[in-house]
Ligand binder design. Sequence first.
Ligand SMILES: *Cc1c(COP(=O)(O)O)cnc(C)c1O
Length: 473
Amino acid sequence: MSSTPLSNSTAHWRALDAAHHLHPFSDTKALNAEGVRVITRAEGVYVYDSDGNKILDGMSGLWCSQVGHGRGDIVDAIAAQLRQLDYYNTFFKTTHPAAAELAAAICEVAPEGMNHVFFTSGGSEAVDTVLRLVRHYWASMGRPQKSIFISRKNAYHGSTVGGASLGGMGPMHAQGGLPIPGIIHVQQPYWWAEGGTMDREEFGLYAAREVARAIDEAGPENVAAFIGEPIQGAGGVIIPPANYWPEVEKICRERDVLLVCDEVICGFGRTGEWFGSQFMGVKPDLITFAKGITSGYFPLGGVIVGDRVAEGFIEHGGDFNHGYTYSGHPGGCAAALANLKIMHEEKLVARVKHDIGPYLQDRWLKLADHPLVGEARMVGLIGALELTPDKATRAAFAAEEGTVGLICRDFSFREGLVMRAVRDGMILAPPFTLSHAEADELVGIAWKVLDLTYAELKRRGLLVPVPRIDAAA
Ligand SMILES: *Cc1c(COP(=O)(O)O)cnc(C)c1O
């Protein structure tokens, strides 16, 4: 349709993109009017755009880049694998060395008692696999009525029909006829916005008991599993009160409901433990993973299955009528193996726990001294800022929700730092290789961005506090 100019200019790529490329989670009309940003290369913790701007990748791409960008070892491992075996499937009584080795390597770092892996191309497919695998498990054990999933409002479990249905995102449910039946969404453990007058611990117990209430209302004999992200990522880096997860685990065990942790973000070191469930002190029956397993160098995800479910499934399940063409793609497996090798050799999970994690947390939490920041939170290398015009009451702004977040995000990009906006907060999840100097730079830019945002809000008269509707009241 469009003519192709010969120059490699930003304008050229923008024009092609606007003419032909539909973007995920984007308003195409608005994006085309504004002009898309073109990222052309990446190195370490930085990405570079087509105008030569250097931007600190505070989001690790989309929560992927544990070991940082431009790691030649991973690129070489993928190339060598594809030269040896570009593709073969794992369906018909076949495997290949990288898939077998990766399954074992994942079980080596997985929580105790989790010894089997099912591969997918990404996180959404992993979540869909859980939905079908868990229901098939219960049916195979002679309890087909155990089929309901309990999930949380504002959870993110991906964009497939199953994943988006299990997720609790209102705007996603509003499109395409979702959610599918058989899913109950309950209170999320989001103290800042929904804790009302309760203290954090009280609210943690309250939110956990909403899980119990939902299971008991549906009848535990009808409930297959509870699924949750140890820390809700896309929902705004919601770090639950410390008593929440242990209470949820107890509630599930008492009712014989399986516990599924969606670790697509928390898995592979983000919290300073290999898995977020270990950070929260709970033992799930199944874990979904993707993103950090390859640091984003190649698409790969999967499900780690604990011994109870794996044994029942293998012994009684027969054929599992489920799988993806790219389940265990050789390129993805090679990328994951090379990525894990780097994580082991450079002790990156321990670095998040004992070195760069505490170093960045110290500085990030001090952003709460800024007049615009009501709460700064971070564990491992995953954190958030809640912006508010009134810290004491945790008030919202006198503007449509998200307006302030977007103003802040745009300043941040302009100043050379990728932070993502969720509602009127900012979230952060940098690569594990971030140096101390880069952490200082990051926090310095963040403070400047908050100053710029504050001045802009003042200018536009948006610093007027609006009380929150107390969801938990
Ligand atoms: C990103 C994400 C997914 C979806 O993964 P995709 O690879 O985009 O399909 C699922 N669950 C969580 C918690 C995620 O953050």
